[in-house]
Write a protein that binds this ligand. Sequence first.
Ligand code: THU
Length: 140
Amino acid sequence: MTTDPAAMDALHARAIDVARQAYAPYSQLRVGAALRSTSGTVYTGCNVENASFSIGGCAERAAIAAAVQAEGSAFRLAAIAVAAFAQDGSELPITPCGACRQALVEFGPEARVGFRQPDGAWLDVSADALLPYRFAFPRQ
Ligand code: THU
């Protein structure tokens, strides 16, 4: 994990910022994600819900989609931060969901993943550590 603390802090701030753009009228949970690719570019995403609650999109995978659109299959994830806010504007601790963890390890098992702990401190761990025994497409 190579992302320095200042660069990680910048991702934390961008994740907080982009959460404002979330479309979350059903869960009322506004989530923002900001990632840095190994090329050094930052991409962001927010959650986007719809009336069929179960098929909304998560912030992390929105950011990954933006990165892949820009960098193609060469995209590799260096670091990502995620932040979530309640309707009253208070920040809430969350960690990436299972589906997002699988997407994170796809592009960077060594990437740093930053999220708020219940005490308000940021915790940065590797994507690999977030998803042990993960699915890998079996060789045939
Ligand atoms: N959500 C994310 O954006 N990322 C996660 O890792 C977990 C959940 C969103 C999806 C949904 O819009 C809302 O949070 C509540 O689950």
